[in-house]
Design a protein around this ligand. Structure first.
Ligand code: 13P
Length: 336
């Protein structure tokens, strides 16, 4: 088994998932503003260090994705953040794109940037302890969009990123996110997500990326957040599985979903259904940001020195997600 394949499996196996704590400073500031906590370097570190030293890290969290600021920080105990993550048996990941910028040629859409100088930045991140990385492309659904140009430009960038990451000895997470914004149907989401993912794998193959050493991080198939369509969790799971079975090559070891604005319970319920019905051969787990951190952030904001209390809230969420990643979750476990 190749080293990259081993890393991917270590992150995703045994019901473990990924904690996406890679909010850029501006996104983290929005999150902290929303709970009335000042967004300074110390507070950002304190919240994240609190999560990364939680007891659920060992059994639930196979990898943590960091932002550039965090991978360079040292905890109050004097260890670096990657050392803290590693001491809990988890792997350090790093977001390496530099954000979604307006796409010249289709100015209402975005293309993710960050390829210039990436080879050198990756060497630095490896030395700091990273063993996997993330790059996110974003696509909106509307009457006209996404355009062929945005599907093609983002797939090209994702594939060139992935090839560079593997060259540097790390596992790339490929994240093409079809956003929930809008009033589109679940069927529209299925069609667009299928086209987006298919194009990504065309480009990944063209760039000679070893798919066994990659992880796919897609959206689930959902109606737009402003759509009136009512759809059950079972249907969401079926559509999501159909999309992935038909468009993801079987050599990909695992799929780790983003939560994309779903509530914690929705994201857990849907992942659980996906695993109950999983007939794809892929590991299906989570790589959640908001759906793992929301309650913990709210609790922490009331008293930022209540470390144990915050960890209890986070541990509960992480355990629920890990059960869902095995199809063993049920709603009554939420209140135990
Ligand atoms: P959410 O789970 O909050 O969508 O975040 C995951 C992520 O990494 C988005 O890029």
């Amino acid at each position: 088994m190749s080293e990259l394949h081993e890393i991917a499996l270590k992150i995703l196996s045994k019901g473990k998932g990924i904690l996406a704590a890679d909010e850029s400073t501006s996104t983290m500031t929005k999150r902290l503003d929303s709970v009335n906590v000042i967004s300074d370097e110390n507070n950002r570190l304190l919240f994240r260090q609190t999560l990364f030293s939680s007891s659920s890290m060992k059994d639930c969290i196979g990898g943590v994705i960091l932002y550039d600021e965090t991978i360079r920080q040292t905890t109050s105990n004097g260890e670096t953040i990657p050392e803290l993550i590693h001491s809990n048996g988890s792997l350090t990941g790093i977001k390496v794109d530099t954000g979604a910028k307006i796409l010249a040629g289709s100015k209402e859409e975005k293309v993710t940037e960050g390829l210039d100088g990436l080879r050198e930045r990756l060497k630095d991140y490896y030395k700091l302890g990273a063993r996997f990385t993330k790059w996110r492309g974003v696509y909106s659904i509307s009457d006209k969009y996404p355009s062929k140009l945005s599907i093609s430009a983002n797939a090209h960038a994702l594939a060139r990123y992935a090839a560079l990451v593997q060259e540097s000895g790390m596992v790339p997470i490929i994240e093409p996110e079809v956003l929930m914004n809008g009033n589109h149907s679940a069927k529209d989401c299925l069609n667009i997500t299928s086209e987006v993912i298919k194009k990504c794998y065309e480009e990944l193959e063209l760039n000679n990326v070893d798919l066994k050493g990659t992880i796919l991080k897609p959206n689930m198939i959902l109606p737009g957040e402003n759509s009136n369509e009512k759809i059950s969790n079972e249907e969401i799971a079926e559509l999501t599985l159909d999309c992935l079975k038909n468009n993801v090559p079987s050599s990909v070891p695992g799929i780790a979903f983003l939560s994309g604005g779903q509530s914690e319970i929705e994201a857990t319920t849907n992942l659980n259904q996906i695993n109950i019905k999983n007939n794809t051969g892929f590991i299906m787990t989570y790589s959640y940001g908001r759906a793992l951190q929301q309650s913990a952030l709210k609790f922490w904001s009331k008293d930022i020195n209540n470390i144990n209390g915050t960890q209890e809230v986070f541990d509960h969420r992480a355990k629920m997600c890990t059960l869902a990643a095995q199809g063993k979750w049920s709603e009554n476990l939420e209140n135990l």
